[in-house]
Design a protein around this ligand. Structure first.
Ligand code: FE
Ligand code: FE
Length: 172
């Protein structure tokens, strides 16, 4: 096996595990989001993430391998930071920041895998990776747009409103 093929499969296993970690984390982030638009964004990306996992399984198959993850420590760390923010009720702005760090990590991984799939002349695998990469980039842009608009503005307006707790906002 060529060295690049091995590197590809290593990174594929890392990313497969990372996406699966996200399947568990995204529902928590959606639940913690105060603003409806952000909640929807997380829920929509959860649906996409299920497909990301399926696509990676297809890529494993193309390479003649059984889908098997390898603990992605970076994603563990990113998710752990996100959970800390949720625990401290830091609010939507912080949640968006945590989510964008995750998207950028994924974009880096998919970008590398895509480049290698092309070099290895695995066109079908490249197509699948490109599809997911596009969705990660759109998600990142969408989060930027939310960060620049409603979520943060609402947060500022709510300062000084002592009566309303974040849990009562969520239950609306
Ligand atoms: Fe993903
Ligand atoms: Fe993602």
């Amino acid at each position: 096996m060529s060295a690049l093929r091995e590197t590809f499969l290593e990174e594929l296993a890392d990313l497969y595990n990372a996406e699966k970690q996200l399947l568990k984390a995204l529902p928590k982030m959606a639940k913690a989001a105060e603003h409806g638009q952000l909640q929807e964004a997380f829920e929509e990306h959860l649906e996409q993430t299920r497909e990301h996992v399926t696509r990676l399984e297809q890529v494993f198959k193309i390479f003649g391998k059984a889908a098997k993850g390898k603990t992605c420590k970076a994603m563990e760390g990113l998710i752990e930071e996100g959970e800390d923010l949720i625990e401290k009720e830091e609010g939507d702005a912080a949640l968006i920041c945590a989510a964008q760090k995750v998207e950028h990590y994924e974009i880096a991984s998919y970008g590398s895998l895509l480049a290698w799939a092309k070099l290895l002349e695995e066109q079908r695998a490249a197509q699948l990776l490109q599809q997911t990469l596009n969705e990660e980039k759109i998600t990142d842009k969408n989060l930027t747009q939310i960060a620049e608009s409603a979520a943060n503005v609402d947060d500022n307006e709510e300062e000084g409103e002592e009566e309303e707790t974040s849990s009562s906002r969520r239950s609306r």
